[in-house]
Design a protein around this ligand. Sequence first.
Ligand code: DSN
Length: 438
Amino acid sequence: MEDKEISSLIRAEEERQAETLMLVPSENYTSAQVREALGSVLTNKYAEGYPGKRYYQGNEIIDKIENLAIERAKKLFDVPFVNVQPYSGSPANLAVLGAICQPGAKILSQHLSMGGHLSMGQEASMTSKYYEASYYGLTREGDINWQELEQQAKKCRPKIIFCGGTAFTKVFDFARFGRIADEAGAFFVADIAHIAGLVAGGAHPSPKDDAHVITTTTHKTLRGPRGAMIMVTKKGLEKEPELAKKIDRAVFPGLQGGPHENQVAALAVALKEANTPAFQRYTRQIVKNSHILASELIRYGFTLIGGGSENHLIWIDLTNKGLDGWTAAWALEAAGIICNRQVIPFDSNSPYYPSGLRLGTPAVTTRGMGEREMVKVGQLINEVIECARKMDLQDIGNQDKEKDQKARKRFKQQVFKQPPLLQIKIEVKELCQKFPVP
Ligand code: DSN
């Protein structure tokens, strides 16, 4: 590449990804083929509209690509309709809201602090300005609070009940969501962004018989490019025969302009990769790895929301460790372990300095790591947290903002110089070298 600054930064990021443990549960390593399609000439083309009905000339080949992506998605998820154009997960959920609801309509979703997603009517999201959202949460054990969900559904008679979001460690009971939505006369929209790969690979049940609409991003467990899809199920078309058309219209021209056809082509590649026995094995291994890592962390005295992990995701409540998610996440980064901090149910801290951490196994499993490595990763995480606990944490979390910020600045300066963390970083690098990024 001619642009030396950008090319050296891309190389540096490539190195960072290769030498650290990618434990953010929503991240993954795409195949070279996915990236080839993403970086192709397809990015040069405008294609507003849908296959066979474009507003620009020169779309004969683009139509074939988009049709392939649609057909592959329909086959993989066994649904009658898919829109592959949403730029990402939030616009996909907004398009569904636009297709089904009038402004001011009532919706019901998992609260942000309980693992729900912003785009489902959370206070900080614009969706809460256009739709009247109510929420349900989790129990202290990390289950869906079914009682609250049922009461809310009866009380507010929402147009949509969303399930899914960014943090949930159990298998979703889609049938129960479906029944509650049916009783309330609502559309059940299952956002499977996190678990789409697990669903495709058979490592998690599918919502196709219970939900009316399924939304998903395409870059998490599904291992495709950044992007999203909206699917309408048979049940959805029975409830509202025009639903597919409404979804198409809501995506374009309702919300978006020209689709990113390079992204659509890369998605088609990922969908083909996902429809293989190797991918099915991969998704089963993700779940196995997550279960083992969770069990190891419990053995080290970590409190896990949900008491373990039934999918790809581990949600740690750090309260008993005496440090917050921000502090732990920086210490882990200093040791080459990348995860993200996360609010926990009933958190008394803010989302920016929450009490929890979120980890996941999709990316390390892509590298070929298995049970033995998860035991090692658990040990390293514990060593990092033990080291961080011994550091100077005074005034971190102080109500006096100035004192808190000063203490956090000091911690960040010190954490990258801690000899035990530097030693763990070397161990992490050695482990990563044995499992190169494919
Ligand atoms: N940012 C995504 C995640 O990490 O779960 C959700 O949008």
